[in-house]
Design a protein around this ligand. Sequence first.
Ligand code: ZN
Length: 339
Amino acid sequence: MSPTANNRTLNAQLRALANTALCLGAVFMVLLCTFVFLVTRIKAKDNDSKSEETTTVTTSATVMDTTPSTEATTTTTEAPTETTAAPTAHASYPEGTKLIALTFDDGPCENTSKVLDVLEKNGVVATFFVLGGNINETYAKDLQRMLDLNCEIGNHTYGHTVLSKVDADQAYNELQKCDDALMKYIGQKATVIRPPQGAGLVNTGLFKYSLDNHEYVINWNDASTPADWQKPALGDAHYTAQYVVDNCTMSDCVLLHECHNSTTESLQEMIDGLKAKGYTFVTVSELLEARTANLTIDHAGSLGWDTSTLAEAYPGGPIYGIRYAYSCGELMFENGPKS
Ligand SMILES: [Zn+2]
């Protein structure tokens, strides 16, 4: 064979080799694409089932927390008069999340709609502890708007009765009348209770009402509460806003009264300051869900409560259905953030 013929044969062999390599490359690419596609599908399916699991866990945890145990029910002599609203699934917050529950007592009043405007504009929530005696046709719209904005409505009695000054039946009745007014105007009861002045925490009527109606009792954190009903906060919106921003803690519950103009006027500055410090705004129930435990009689005793009264109302164990987060602060945050 001549060198030229040899070259031609070599060229032909190289071309054949190149064609084969090209074909193999194409086949490899097709296989690779198929593999990537399949892996992506499998991962997507896995994620779907994981998020379903999370939802199930959250829902069942909420149901457990809001349903009194059988033992608790046996201590109750009167059945609840109305069906409690279905429990809402609360978000869980990673450890280290700063939570704040702004609460407004003694409304509704003419400033309530202004507060709702500010909350809506800023996309944040709050809790309103209302007085049953203040509710009428006009304010019913504000109450409905609270619910529409995912805010929470709390029971602050019908006529601002100080529960430490009345007997158990009167306390029960005052709380019942507030819920009756809510039922009449918006078709649902409160979900939490704050007794006026934070007083009467050991009134058995309060315990019993809380238990019968699954309404947890919560006061507030004194340290971050600007005392907006008196000077220097009263009449000074800037002071009110800054007091909260400067003194709030990791998981806070602030007492405010929107019926004071300076408090309503302080709200935008307060929200701006809290957002700048990285706070997440939650309702009281969300705060309780994330950051408290049920109170036991022993623990109540260690805090100086009259445990003989408590033991009479709830013999032998945890005060079922009641979570206390009150002005001493420590109780509310005793367990730290729930992981
Ligand atoms: Zn009040």
